[in-house]
Design a protein around this ligand. Structure first.
Ligand code: GRF
Length: 194
């Protein structure tokens, strides 16, 4: 069983979908802890499943490297095989990446390398594209620049708002993440150091 730690920064709807899929065993993985950069509502999804949670706050102007070390220590305490950033809105420091990569994944609501960064859906929406997408990548030192493990196109439809578009993208993000973790757990995908 793949031991997974998930990091979030918000409502955690993608986390909840992942937890549900682990609970019904459609994903052969066990989320052993959920962490966040503040006490966000998404942590309640972990509590619903009696999964340990932790918060590691980066104070404004705080030392990002020291925060990354503290966050990494909290994660390492749970001995994960895989760390997943699922709506985690902080850039993790290079030492954090070196500590956990390549078993460090991120889901992104765009068809990378299109629209990297934390406003991907807004940027795509405002660009007036007719399609965008969702991607699952291995985290590297850049901003959404790591190796792409899975991605799929998502149409923009007439009458879409940024929110309706993001909801449609999230559905695909959840499917892609489930497929990637399933393939890792079933040894169909091996992620080696680059
Ligand atoms: C997801 O689309 C994720 O890719 C992006 O923020 C969203 C998080 O949504 N970084 P939620 O917190 O899982 O609902």
């Amino acid at each position: 069983m793949v031991r997974v730690v998930v990091l979030i920064s918000g409502q955690g709807s993608n986390l909840r979908a992942f937890l549900d899929s682990c609970a019904d065993e459609s994903i052969p993985a066990a989320v052993v802890a959920v962490g966040a950069d503040s006490d966000v509502s998404g942590l309640d999804h972990a509590r619903h499943f009696d999964i340990p949670t932790f918060v590691e706050t980066l104070e404004p102007g705080g030392d990002r490297d020291a925060w990354g070390t503290r966050l990494g220590d909290q994660i390492a305490d749970f001995a994960p095989d895989l760390v997943i950033l699922s709506g985690f809105m902080r850039l993790v420091p290079p030492a954090f990446v070196r500590r956990f990569a390549p078993m460090l994944l991120n889901t992104h609501p765009a068809f990378l390398p299109e629209f990297p960064g934390i406003h991907a859906v807004r940027d795509a929406f405002e660009a007036g594209v007719t399609e965008t997408g969702a991607s699952v990548i291995v985290v590297d030192d850049g901003v959404d620049t790591g190796p792409i493990l899975a991605q799929r196109r998502v149409p923009v439809v007439d009458g879409d708002t940024e929110s309706t578009l993001h909801d449609r993208i999230k559905i695909v993000e959840r499917e892609l993440l489930a497929d990637v973790v399933r393939d890792i757990a079933n040894h169909k995908t091996a992620i080696e150091e680059n």
